[in-house]
Ligand binder design. Structure first.
Ligand code: SF4
Length: 755
């Protein structure tokens, strides 16, 4: 599937020199995470030590992966860069836009019709620019990456937060926004704040009902959804070595649920076994040759408290199976204690669905462990009380599981096998058993369980567990079922108990697949024509942004003064708007509709200064645009927090917003504004936020002298003619000012490319 062994060998060839140099500069033994980071510096050999959690560093990732929902805007932008091919190996995976309803065959057919234009677009762009394309039904991005592309010691970025899954194979793999991916595709560096390091020492062995999933469910309970922010979690210890490679993948996958930059494990025998089983002997051999560089220096794990910023220790011998939820993945409860908690909180005890699979838990080991429980239901004549749904992570795993009779075991219980795609994990689930927004409970082996995440129903209480625990709970039909202690009554009226799950790490007959669903790009794609229907609702080719002229920043109007939290979701909502992610003008109709207007505390209700009427934010903005008037958005602290979605900058830019002035920015959003050629500024005195009035006109009087580290003067003209003059700060360096002067970072890349 075209993993690039030469590229991997090159990474390994550089590694020894760079890691040795870094160790010398840092002056102490290195963690695995540091080895990977220092061996992927954009500058090549390290020349200075970086401060964790402080320094911004340019990196050179080895790979990029994109999923279908985020790839659209990323590739539309890349098309503007004027490059004939992507600069680093890249793949696109069609997995998010496939609804789960009746079963794989029928559902895939529907998706191939309803999203045909998006899939065709992604396929032709991939073909043109040298990008590997995984068709709808080929599998979920992270499972496919683990099976084909991840390699120990590598660095990758992906336009999906669970890119971190590849840490299971010893990578530093990080989820990013499309704009970051475009930079790397275009041959530029990728910037990241040098992360802090959290060490998780695993002692003992998992056994019985406890699984790798329970490690991360426990860690989520300890760290909570924010505890990993800005940090890489590095797992080590005897317990880590005893976990399968795919089990490690599960743990890393859900590192996203504690906000971690990524998670990783040192190279070991389980990874070697997995590489060889997935037909990558040459990668395993190459990794074996540099083994010492693919794990931390021995002193680090001997005295971890000296080398990590935080240490967590988990004894796998005593770790109990958990179910986390509802509504948040960090609400961790050991199975057996959940009944009491559910009764106290009024959570529905009856379980309606058990869902197994997703990118988190669809390995061969996962399926065999869950199937060993499902088979007992048949053998012991227990009629399952819940419905079962299975989402295999890839066609390779599905084909192998079918060949080995695993899927049949679930089908014998009436399970529906959905497409090898995200389905219910991302709300792509047409659930027919509910009439309305009924309160109900489901259990699943996915990673996220936020309100509405699976089925759009805010009253669905979703609990996250291991596949085998999901199988047991679904068979019992009760949230308070504890298979380690409780019994069930079978169809003959006998009391029966489920035995512990039994799993097989890797298929004894090997993995097999007939058509993995991969399309390699043409060697020379220059002749490929990318077609986008001008009447399309979902796709729109981008026009380069034109530079914002300094003169247009005299007499600009206030669009909205946002009050309180204004995240990227407030600026560009997801949900039903997902379908427009590839059509900038259509998705722009949701611009800032979630932001609270500071003057009336309402959302999507702002004054159009041209008419005096109160209208929706996009309507007001389109009126200003039609009148040729630039506008300003004012915000509070940490404006643009949330995701790295570039739509939150592109949409306002497209509609004619020129400047965003806030008390403080979420850094990624600030960078996104810069990349789109806008002005992202902060109040020098944050109390000046209070000076902004609803009918204000803005004059950026010295914008012609825009320069690094030089404040900008803003004259505010109020409705009564009175004026205030304030100072604004910015963090633009000279090349970012060039982005502003030329309209966008992409315009600069294009010009440089043409030169
Ligand atoms: Fe994201 Fe779920 Fe798909 Fe994984 S299966 S990539 S978590 S939507």
């Amino acid at each position: 599937m075209a993993f690039d062994i030469d590229m991997i060998k090159k990474v390994y060839a550089n590694m020894s020199e760079r890691v040795d140099k870094a160790r010398e500069i840092v002056g102490k033994p290195l963690t695995l995470s540091e080895k990977i980071l220092y061996s992927h510096l954009w500058e090549g050999n390290p020349s200075k030590a970086f401060r964790r959690g402080k320094d911004y560093v340019d990196f050179a990732p080895d790979r990029i992966a994109c999923q279908d929902a985020t790839a659209q805007m990323a590739l539309l932008q890349f098309m503007q860069a004027g490059k004939p091919k992507v600069a680093v190996p890249t793949t696109v995976h069609c997995d998010h836009l496939i609804q789960a309803k009746s079963g794989a065959v029928a559902d895939l057919k529907v998706a191939n019709t309803s999203s045909a234009e998006v899939f065709n677009f992604l396929e032709s762009v991939s073909n043109k620019y040298g990008i590997g394309f995984w068709k709808p039904g080929a599998g979920i991005i992270h499972q496919v990456v683990l099976e084909n592309y991840a390699f120990p010691g590598g660095m990758m970025i992906g336009t999906d937060s669970h890119t971190v899954n590849a840490g299971g194979l010893g990578m530093v793999a990080i989820g990013v926004g499309g704009a970051d991916a475009v930079d790397v595709m275009a041959g530029m560096a990728w910037e990241l704040k040098f992360p802090k390091l959290i060490g998780v020492k695993l002692t003992g062995n998992i056994s019985g009902w406890t699984s790798a999933k329970d490690v991360i469910l426990k860690v989520a309970g300890i760290l909570t959804v924010k505890g990993g922010t800005g940090a890489i979690i590095e797992y080590f210890g005897e317990g880590a070595k005893n976990l399968s490679c795919t089990g490690k993948g599960t743990i890393c996958n859900m590192g996203a649920e504690v906000g971690a930059t990524t998670s990783t494990f040192g190279y070991d025998a389980s990874m070697e076994r997995y590489l060889r089983a997935t037909d990558r002997n040459d990668v395993a051999d190459a990794a074996n040759a540099v083994k010492g560089y693919l794990t931390a220096d021995p002193e680090v794990y001997a005295n971890p408290e000296k080398y990590f910023d935080e240490i967590i220790e988990i004894d796998l011998n005593t770790l109990r199976p958990h179910l986390n939820g509802p509504f948040t993945p960090d609400l961790a409860t050991p199975v057996g204690e959940l009944g009491e908690k559910a009764r106290a909180n009024g959570w529905p005890m009856k379980v309606d669905w058990g869902l197994i699979g997703s990118c988190t838990n669809s390995s061969y080991e996962d399926l065999t462990r869950a199937a060993s429980i499902a088979q007992q239901a048949v053998d012991k004549k227990i009629k399952p009380k819940s419905d079962f749904g299975i989402n295999p992570g890839s066609e390779q795993i599905r084909f192998t599981a079918e060949r080995d009779g695993l899927l049949q075991i679930f089908e014998n219980l009436g399970a529906t096998v959905f497409t090898n795609a995200c389905g219910p994990c991302i709300g792509q689930w047409d659930r027919s058993d509910l009439k309305g927004d009924e309160k109900n409970t489901i259990v699943h082996s996915f990673n996220r369980n936020f309100s509405k995440r699976a089925d759009g129903n805010p009253n669905t209480h979703a609990f996250v567990g291991s596949p085998e625990m999901v199988a047991a709970i679904a068979i019992s039909g009760r949230l308070d079922f504890d298979p380690m202690n409780d019994t069930l009554i079978n169809e003959d009226g006998q009391e029966v108990k489920l035995d512990e799950p039994l799993g097989i790490e890797l298929p004894p007959k090997g993995f097999e697949v007939e058509d993995a669903g991969y399309l390699a790009p043409m060697e020379d794609g220059s002749g490929v024509v990318v077609k986008v229907d001008v009447k399309s609702e979902r796709l729109q080719l981008l026009d380069p942004f034109t530079p914002i002229k300094p003169e247009s920043l005299q007499g600009a109007k206030l669009l909205i003064k946002a009050f309180g939290k204004c995240t990227t979701d407030h600026i560009s909502m997801a949900g039903p708007w997902l379908r427009f992610r590839g059509h900038l003008d259509n998705i722009a109709n949701n611009t800032l509709i979630g932001a609270v207007n500071a003057f009336n505390k309402k959302t999507n209700f702002v004054k159009n200064q041209l008419t005096g009427e109160y209208v929706g934010v996009p309507d007001a903005q389109r009126a200003y645009k039609a009148a040729g008037i630039k506008t300003v958005v004012v915000g509070d602290h940490n404006y643009g927090e949330g995701s790295s979605r570039e739509h939150a900058a592109m949409q306002p830019r497209h509609l004619g917003v020129a400047v965003v002035i806030v008390k403080s920015f979420a850094r990624i959003h600030e960078t996104n504004l810069k990349k789109q050629g806008m002005l992202g500024l902060t109040f020098a005195n944050e109390n000046d936020y209070d000076l902004i009035q609803e009918d204000d006109t803005f004059n950026f009087v010295d914008i012609k002298d825009f320069a690094p580290e030089k404040q900008i003067t803003l004259e505010l003209v109020h409705k009564d003619g009175s004026k205030d003059t304030i100072k604004l700060n910015h963090t633009y360096n000279q090349s970012q000012i060039e982005w502003f002067n030329e309209g966008s970072a992409l315009n600069v890349i294009k010009r440089e490319n043409a030169a």
